[in-house]
Design a protein around this ligand. Structure first.
Ligand code: ADP
Ligand code: MG
Ligand code: ZN
Length: 603
């Protein structure tokens, strides 16, 4: 993107030139062409010349009289007057009544010259300029001429030739998307059993993790029309245009079903609608249209909508509710194994010295995204060229990690070894406390790859299905689990970190609710001490009790959390050996599945 641009003259410059040409044309050329030196005289002169028989040819018109002198060298003109005897006198003077004296351009030609020609010039120039303008703005499909028309690119089959095999790691995401592809190929298999595909699938994850790449791979694998558009392409200058683009896109999609519609960076249109007056009408209308369209077709029409965003938290809740984008596919930063695979995929594109240790590179590039890893490979190749070598070496790769990561370090959280160890203990602490309380696998997966949310570790809880009721013990266990992370830090590391802030918030919320909402306190019985306001918007609550009661509530909340924290610490202390072993495993692998966790725990 660093092609050198010729300095462009501003548009007004071109328009100025056109205007000048036109003015010159009218001022200088036109009169000459049309009126070959006509001398205007008064009627008196005309009469005198007639009397003096000094008139050659005469042409009387409704609004003027044209005549020449005897020799016919000069053409005169004068205004006509009511002069009944004129014809007689002219006859007497021997003037010749002639057909056109002046080779005046025929009315048609003069019309052409004075009106049509400038117009043609204007139009041709205008076309030329708009073309220039559009090239600037980006492609002939943009701007005014196609307003309200979706300019979705349609990939049929694999235009880029990208397949799932080009996307390394991200197995969960690939699995999800492969199912969609399979559905589009064999819809019968699904409809026979009565299953319907989700209408919308939302790929969420930090930048550079391969969301767009995955969508392209779907296009490459699916063998069905694939409409691809970026959210920002819907945003138009005029209110209503974005909405009509959405309408157009879905119309096309329905005609071409089965097909896939991909909306990249959907947060550009799918942001939360705020209730403010004078908010962004255009964006809201576009979003509303999208919601309407998504409701408008049945699950089995064979149109599947794929969208990607790295800011899922900004999306309007209406967009993510079931029936619209009901499946959310996380595309997270790759773990150690994932990083190694991505490096290998991209290393195929360059010449690499034999014996390069990719797992070592992956280990060093902790926290890097897929895009950064691709960049590391490319930097290594560049470095090799600079040094005049034919292949990229281990050293090239290691050096480029620094180049790339140092450039990104401020943006992405990259854990130091010590931090990584603390996070490992913290996450295992949660899981261990949970597992010991219930005697079952508490988690599906734990990773210590930093998340977009800012969390340094991540624990994917076992889905317990929809739980509507929880007993007092279960809530208490949950609070203990929340405190388990901090408890592990205290016991294994000997000091505490800021990593537990979210746990603290969650634990406090639960403890508070137990006392003020669920009637699970020792002495308040079944009295509602708090009322929940606007349940659908965050569930704020307000106290409905006296100040003394409020401080008593606070005391009880503290006591409750403290009790559970102590319990967690006991569990951790009793299982210190397992804690060490599990934390070490997580530290080394960056990911541990629930199964692996239980295996190690029960050994
Ligand atoms: P996103 O859309 O999530 O921001 P992209 O899909 O645009 O990220 O990824 C940018 C580039 O990074 C891709 O073109 C690819 O070269 C590389 N990349 C990212 N993730 C992967 C991956 N999992 N496997 C292989 N290459 C990847
Ligand atoms: Mg993208
Ligand atoms: Zn925690």
């Amino acid at each position: 993107m660093n092609e050198v641009k010729k300095p462009k003259k501003p548009l007004i410059y071109y328009y100025g030139i056109v205007l000048l040409i036109l003015m010159l044309f009218n001022l200088l050329l036109m009169p000459k062409m049309l009126e070959r030196q006509i001398k205007e005289v008064d009627y008196g002169t005309f009469m005198t010349m007639t009397e003096e028989k000094n008139i050659g040819r005469v042409q009387i018109e409704a609004n003027q009289i044209l005549f020449t002198d005897k020799k016919g060298t000069t053409v005169y003109k004068t205004g006509p007057m009511s002069d009944p005897g004129l014809v007689e006198r002219l006859k007497a003077s021997g003037a010749v009544f002639s057909s056109p004296i002046i080779q005046e351009a025929s009315p048609l030609i003069s019309f052409l010259i004075s009106w049509i020609l400038p117009m043609v010039i204007f139009i041709v120039l205008g076309q030329f300029l708009t073309k220039k303008m559009m090239n600037k703005v980006g492609g002939p499909n943009s701007m005014m001429f196609n307003m309200g028309k979706s300019n979705a690119k349609v990939y049929v089959k694999s235009s880029d030739g990208i397949k799932f095999s080009d996307v390394a790691g991200e197995d969960e995401a690939k699995e999800n998307l492969a199912e969609i592809v399979d559905y589009l190929h064999n819809p019968k298999k699904y409809s026979e059993i009565g299953a319907s595909m989700p209408k919308g699938i939302l790929l969420v994850g930090p930048p550079g993790t391969g969301k767009t790449l995955l969508a392209k791979a779907v296009a490459g694998e699916a063998n069905v029309p694939f409409f691809s558009m970026s959210g920002s392409e819907f945003v138009e200058l005029f209110v209503g245009m974005g909405a009509s683009k959405v309408r157009d896109l879905f119309k096309q999609a329905k005609e071409k079903a089965p097909c896939i519609v991909f909306i990249d960076e959907i947060d550009a249109i799918g942001g939360k609608r705020d209730g403010r007056i004078g908010g962004n009408d255009e964006r809201e209308q576009t979003l509303n249209q999208l919601l309407t369209e998504m409701d408008g077709f049945e699950g089995n029409t064979g149109v599947i909508i794929l969208a990607a965003t790295n800011r899922p938290e900004t999306l309007d809740p209406a967009l993510t509710r079931p029936g619209r984008f009901d499946r959310r596919v996380p595309v997270e930063l790759p773990d150690l194994k994932g990083r190694e695979e991505i490096l290998k995929v991209h290393a195929k594109k360059i010449k690499i010295a034999p014996g390069v240790d990719f797992s070592q590179i992956a280990r060093m590039a902790a926290g890097a995204s897929g895009a950064e890893l691709a960049n590391i490979i490319n930097e290594a190749a560049l470095r090799a060229v600079r040094a005049g070598r034919k292949e990229a070496s281990q050293e090239d790769l290691e050096e480029s990690i620094e180049v790339v990561i140092a450039g990104y370090q401020k943006k992405n959280a990259i854990l130091t070894d010590k931090e990584k160890m603390i996070v490992s203990y913290h996450e295992i602490g949660h899981a261990l406390v949970a597992a010991k309380q219930t005697n079952s696998a508490p988690v599906q997966k734990i990773t210590i790859v930093p998340r977009t949310s800012g969390a340094l570790g991540y624990t994917m809880q076992v889905d317990e299905g929809n739980r509507y009721l929880m007993s007092k013990e279960e809530i208490e266990n949950k609070i203990a689990t929340y405190t388990g992370g901090r408890a592990a830090e205290e016991i294994a590391v000997g000091s505490v970190s800021t990593g537990a802030s979210n746990d603290i918030e969650q634990a406090t919320k639960l403890a508070r609710a137990m006392i003020t909402q669920y009637g699970m306190s020792d002495n308040f019985d079944m009295v509602a001490l708090e009322t929940v306001t606007n349940q659908y918007l965050g569930g704020d609550s307000s106290l409905a009790c006296s100040a003394e009661t409020a401080s008593e509530i606070d005391r009880q909340v503290v006591a409750l959390v403290k009790r559970q924290h102590e319990k967690a610490k006991n569990i951790i202390a009793e299982n210190k050996a397992k804690l060490d072993e599990l934390a070490k495993y997580l530290y080394d692998n960056e990911t541990i599945t629930g199964e692996e966790f239980m295996n190690i725990l029960n050994q």
